[in-house]
Design a protein around this ligand. Structure first.
Ligand SMILES: *Cc1c(COP(=O)(O)O)cnc(C)c1O
Length: 413
């Protein structure tokens, strides 16, 4: 049985208010919100002093091994509003063979492929859909490169909420089909994800859809924040020296940075932070451009293209939050070409048996590049993120037939 009596009282999650990420202005909790008046993302704030008194590491250790174990630091107030497809704590896998080859001390992979719908978008959408259910939303809409739409469709169908989803026309077929199969109405748009986002914004204004775009909705980031809570707990309340994160909208990177601050405030972590590295594809690297230029915002990237569709985001509304976290952590932003991503997937699958998605492959390619140019040192403990199962992406073709009716030269096989 779930140990969730705390969740049944109004005090349970310690949410105090929402806050504009640009101005710090306060917004009421328990009301529907999208962006702040300044059209910036809203962040959820908690009574961290209250959590510090109420939660111990020991109590936490006894709870079920899923995302909801961090309920004091999550926005859902009542257990009956939780919409769940079973969100396990994802494993951290070491890659000892590749570490040896690269003469690196330790390379870890947080393998998010084990989540419902096969990607870490499930973390954010479990939270967003639960909050939508709590606040009485009837119809959610979203632009997606694939994985977020699939997670929205699955969780919303489970909650009995209608969904309309827009993806770029070249979104992998498997994503489009799983979105449709899981109950959403899905359209293939002749444009990129931000073009799809404009359609959602217009529909929200005209017919009242709830806009579930990442960071235009305040709770997806709280779901993705659990990656930071989880990895710190898994490492015995410690953090790695470096985290390489495949960055599209940047929700996960911003969310983990928020998680570490909250864990320090409740006394679970010290002041040590990982260096946060934003990894992008060379064919769509707005954050890398802005980081190198010392800018706070990143202009829209023209002609975005990459096989890593999850990070094909030409413009991110949280660009300034990504850049702030990366800079405050002493990290950097780095772009890798698609052929390096393909080679990385191949190498990791052959050497370590982990079938990474292209975005996950990008983090390994970035690690190799950064070890070579000295931006990451060999003695640093490194964590990569594999954000989806490689099985959701086109795999390299193979044709090797065997005629069983002819003699087989076994020595040559
Ligand atoms: C969405 C996505 C990303 C990017 O995540 P953000 O937190 O939005 O930057 C990376 N990889 C995969 C597989 C994704 O689906």
């Amino acid at each position: 049985m779930r140990d969730d009596e705390n969740l049944t009282t109004e005090r349970a999650t310690f949410v105090t208010n929402l806050e504009c990420s640009a101005t710090g202005a306060r917004y009421a909790a328990d009301e529907l919100h999208n962006l702040s008046r300044e059209r910036k993302p809203l962040l959820v704030r908690y009574d961290l002093a209250g959590i510090k008194k109420a939660l111990t590491k020991d109590a936490l250790a006894r709870r079920p091994r899923d995302l909801w174990r961090y309920r004091e630091l999550l926005p859902v107030r009542r257990a009956r509003h939780i919409v769940s497809l079973g969100e396990p704590v994802t494993p951290i896998m070491a890659m000892p063979r590749l570490a040896k080859t690269l003469k690196a001390t330790e390379i870890l992979v947080k393998d998010e492929s084990r989540l419902p719908t096969g990607s870490f978008k499930a973390r954010g959408l479990a939270m967003a859909v639960s909050m939508a259910k709590a606040l009485g939303v009837a119809h959610m809409a979203m632009p997606t490169n694939g994985n977020a739409g699939a997670a929205l469709a699955a969780f919303a169908s489970r909650a009995g909420i209608k969904t309309t989803v827009f993806c770029p026309e070249d979104t992998p077929e498997v994503n489009v089909r799983e979105i449709a199969l899981q109950g959403a109405t899905v359209y293939q748009v002749n444009g990129l994800i931000d073009d799809c986002g404009k359609i959602v914004a217009e529909g929200a204004a005209k017919v009242g859809w709830f806009d579930t775009s990442t960071l235009k909705e305040p709770y997806r980031i709280e779901g993705k924040k659990t990656m930071g809570l989880e990895l710190a707990e898994q490492l015995g309340w410690d953090v790695p020296d470096v985290i390489l994160y495949p960055t599209g909208g940047g929700t996960g990177l911003i969310g983990m940075w928020k998680a570490f601050a909250e864990l320090e405030a409740i006394g679970f972590l010290g002041a040590k932070r990982p260096r946060m590295v934003a990894v992008q594809a060379a064919g769509c690297a707005p954050i890398v451009g802005a980081f190198d230029a010392g800018e706070e915002h990143a202009p829209r990237w023209q002609d975005a293209h990459t096989i890593a569709s999850g990070i094909r985001v030409p413009q991110a509304i949280g660009d300034f939050l990504i850049l702030r976290a990366v800079r405050a952590s002493g990290g950097f932003a780095i772009a890798v070409p698609d052929d390096a991503i393909t080679a990385a997937i191949d190498e990791v699958a052959r050497e370590e048996g982990l079938l990474l998605c292209p975005e996950g492959g990008a983090t390994y390619a970035a690690l190799k590049q950064a070890l070579a140019d000295g931006r990451i040192r060999r003695e640093e403990r490194v964590m990569l993120f594999n954000c989806a199962t490689g099985l959701k992406y086109p795999l390299p073709p193979l044709h090797r037939p065997l005629d069983r009716l002819k003699p087989i030269d076994f020595a040559a096989l």
